[in-house]
Design a protein around this ligand. Sequence first.
Ligand SMILES: NC(=O)c1ccc[n+]([C@@H]2O[C@H](COP(=O)([O-])OP(=O)(O)OC[C@H]3O[C@@H](n4cnc5c(N)ncnc54)[C@H](O)[C@@H]3O)[C@@H](O)[C@H]2O)c1
Ligand SMILES: [Zn+2]
Length: 691
Amino acid sequence: MTFMTENSALPSPQAYAEAVTTAVAASAAYYGDGTTPLGDDEYDELLRAIAAYEETHPDEVLAQSPTGKVAGGAVQGDVPHSVPMLSLDNVFDADGLAEWAAGLERRLGRPVAGWCVEPKLDGLAVAARYRGGRLVQVLTRGDGLAGEDITHAAAAVLGLPPVLTEPIDVELRGEVLLTTSQFEEANRIRLAHAATPFAHPRSGAAGTLRAKDRPYRIELTFFAYGAIGLDELGHTALLEKLAALGASTAAGTAAAPMWCATMEQVQERIDVIAGLRAELPFGIDGVVVKADAAEDQLRAGNGSRAPRWAVARKLSAEHKVTRLLAVEWNVGRTGIIAPRAVLEPVVIDGVTVTYATLHNPSDITRRGLMIGDQVYVYRAGDVIPRVEAPLVDQRTGAESPIPLPEACPRCGDAIDASEQRWRCVRGRSCQAVASVIYAAGRDQLDIEGLGGTRAVQLVEAGLVKDVADLFTLTREQLLGLERMGETSATNLLTAIETARGAALSRVFCALGVRGTGRTMSRRIAAHFGSMAAIRAADADTLAEVDGIGTEKARVIAAELLELAPLLDRLQAQRVGTQVTEPQKPASDTSDTSDATDGEGTEGGPLAGQAVVVTGSMTGPLAVLSRNEMNELIERAGGKASSSVSKRTTLLVAGEKAGSKRAKAEELGIRILDPEEFAVLVADLLPTDGAL
Ligand SMILES: NC(=O)c1ccc[n+]([C@@H]2O[C@H](COP(=O)([O-])OP(=O)(O)OC[C@H]3O[C@@H](n4cnc5c(N)ncnc54)[C@H](O)[C@@H]3O)[C@@H](O)[C@H]2O)c1
Ligand SMILES: [Zn+2]
């Protein structure tokens, strides 16, 4: 959206003209085949901006402006409507609704005699003409005055009976949509016919209603909410009559229309319907409030675009358009390799969405998704957001194909791509290999000689299925492996022996508990002092460690419980029990009230300092990994952190220090280069590299 910013006012006649052109084009696409580049929220915002401009510049209103017109004036039809098919005015919150209701009552000069509250079905309005009880013609809304004849589509529309229960002349009005299951089925069918899947149900319904000569049939659903020829009935009575005639109405759904005496009840019902939204078997984009009584409707009358006796309380869009930035591949516990979309963050229904599921690799290829694409993202309630489709006409040429992994992203072995869902050939043991490699890593147990191939070998041979098994390996077992000579075996066993005495923080980190990387592991180790104390901690106690929120604490506690058998075996092997954490005298966990800054050793050269390290280290510090730097800082009584903030007191800036240095300068924080810092902590520097 080139010119749209939040709540933007259009700054010039050019911007206004451009906005009008964009809105008309979007509308034409929206009501045509549904391929609009704008999300509904964006379209509505654009229309508000246009209306606002027109209000302050009444002389400049363009003839093609979408305001005040059904369908924004963007579509036409050639079959005149018996009575205009109108749109609805919108309100966006409870206040807007109350204001609208008050306005209506002022116009009537009396209180409204009851309301009807019903779902705003997210499909397309149609008029279905019956003569003598037989369906003779179906029309789209078009520009409200004339529509397109889509009688050919009627046979595939559930809920739109070919014959009514009474032989009357009547015109039913209602919405045609794809239910969720019809939408899924439609896309299955589309894919089977090598057609692009529908981006979302509404555009699928639009495309299907107008399509002719398709080699396949897609089923739709009709819900009636109005009629021409039964005008004497109030709305609730009308809905009952429509159902009795054999048409489907929303009455049978959880979001059934409800008569309400007061605005309070109306508001309550709106909340209920909005709350049901995610579970409804069809999409709604709002809730419609109508004055129920026929006399109230007649007296209020209709405007040129919308009736005055009804209004749509819009709900925020569940579909948003955003950019696909990247695709990540995650391997599940059973070895399933699943793609995940990384999106330009977009707020959907009040929640910022950054990731969305992509179903499986073949889905990506069939949809022809590309990195950089504008995509439709869907999110409703607690549903995991998903990417539905790319907006192919929005491509700029800068998009690039999504690279599919050639090897398991976790263990590096081959991928079994014979099924829709890809899987690491190693299946469940993929996890074992990956967890052993992780545990042996430099920042964990630092077991040299236990890289990818060796870990794979040990797991394949059935000698190792987790980190605890490493400590029971024997020389004979190792020598039984291919390409394992005496020297390698000795080296590996020695490295493992050294790891047995690794600091608690490293042993803990080696467990690979979710959400506990190097820094967090150090904090936890320093806080509790022993594995036994960590294991004894419940979620509340864990939450007292700096940086662990209640949510994360619960996850960690649950995982520790799961890891109990492994931890028992590690303990039996005396792993992580010989050496207490160097940072801090064994912490007494009963005093937890002020544990948040408790990592530092009192009196060290960095006591009370909050230190951030950035750039690459030189001089005596060059050999240290970032994790080892952080350990050093904590041994020196300081607190290590990864980002510069107002609380930072010292930045160690090495070569190629970038934004962190700039920020520290801006905040006036003391900055040392690695050599200066090395002098400060000289006493604590390792002499042999072993930390
Ligand atoms: N994304 C885009 O590019 C784009 C373009 C044009 C329009 N739009 C969307 O469409 C909206 C305007 O479209 P519109 O003119 O079709 O109006 P609308 O969707 O805001 O409301 C009117 C329509 O609601 C439908 N409706 C559903 N349930 C109903 C019920 N129970 N009773 C009465 N009517 C019911 C009818 O089809 C009626 O014509 C905009 O607010 C925007 O969100 C989006
Ligand atoms: Zn794998």
